[in-house]
Write a protein that binds this ligand. Sequence first.
Ligand SMILES: [Zn+2]
Ligand SMILES: [Zn+2]
Length: 483
Amino acid sequence: MIISFLLLFLSIAAVSHGDFPANALDYLSDFGYYKRNNKDLGSMSGKKEVQNSVESFQRFLGLPVTGVIDKTTQEIMKKPRCGLKDIPDDKVNRKRRFNLQGSKWSKNNITWKLLNDNNDRLSRKEVETILENAFAKWEAVANLTFYKLSFSSKEQADIDVKFVHGEHGDGISFQPWHYIYAHAFYPLNNKGYSGDVHFNDKYNFNVKDKNGVNLYWVAIHEIGHSLGLYHSSAQSSLMYPYYRGTKDQNIQLDEDDKLGIQKLYGSKITPDTKNAQVTQNKTHTMTSKKHIKVQAIIYDQLTGITYVFNEDKYYKLSKNLNETHGPFDVSKLLTKITYVNGGFMNREKKLVFFQGTKYYMFESFTNTKLIDNGSIFDLFKGIKNNVEKIDGAFVAGDGTTYLFTGNDYYQYSSKQKTIESLPKKIAEYWKVPTNIDSVFVWGNGGIYFFKGLQFYRVHQNGGLLKDYPKNIDGAWLKVLMNV
Ligand SMILES: [Zn+2]
Ligand SMILES: [Zn+2]
């Protein structure tokens, strides 16, 4: 015990040598992982807090979770990134992958203006074109339209974009010891700095496939914040806090980014859907505007009823799925918990629900007595300690339990009470997307995966059945629309 604390502090001391970062604790606190308080760092609780913040930093970034500032952790701390916190002050417990700022623009038509030129010999036209393309990325998938205001326009833009360095008047200076390319402001009150983007002109930005910082990449990321998105821990997301740009100017939003922005503003409304709205078929227009994740679906083998969980609400679907009842409060059914991230009926026909890395086991839907709870790392011995949550799970016909988390899946043997092997890549076996919303086995024995507004029925060999994926419709649709 003493040795590991000693190691922890030696590591922190080691990081403070050299030019970067001045102090690892400052670094963790600057990005929202550590809260400065009066606790003595020498005290047990002080040490524990430091260790916890190092762990959450490692977990968020997908590093091995060691709780000490090891080499890998030091390395990432030296990498260029965005200046905004990963864990905003108001969000200590994170439930989602894509994270939403509480507020958003209260309108769908948003103006922007480039306020100044940069030091990088890029013309205003070049920079404006890149910004236009960056705004267009978000506009393509969300119900938003952006308008560029010219520099000479007297009109005040919603989003001001500028190149600045060091202390630049907003109270959040670009400190020389941080390797920060830019920062932006969340929409908040739609006034003042709200939505603004500041590029750190200390760095050399480029707009073509040249060396230097890829302005396009950084612009898409920062505009994400301007629209209300937090940092994502998904490495493929444009909202990952560390710079992942290359010379490549062909940049695509990932699924997380799309879902995040659509949750805030709805999907793109195309002329087709607009017409549909005028005539009829309101349901489809509404779904295209709204994305809701189905967190867990459980077919109750005892009654034939299907239970669908969506955060703090749940629904009951009749045997043939043609009737929906609900929404009901999760807290009324499962008295110990108020929401679920995932769940399944295990081999012993007990209900297991997941909340992050915790699990809660209940007797049945008719007798919802809590029979066990604890850490998923204890329930499924052998899963890697960097797993943040279980997206879904099901028991296959041969009794093997499959667990899905991010890009990976595990096979768990209930007989041996252990994970059978290292995690495998979902993409290498299952013909379904990664980062699934949920999975379940229905009464017909079919295995169904859900992601976004589509569902996939697969064979046990991982292959997709004919005509899948299908769009969520009928009773499912009602659940998704939260009616
Ligand atoms: Zn950022
Ligand atoms: Zn600034």
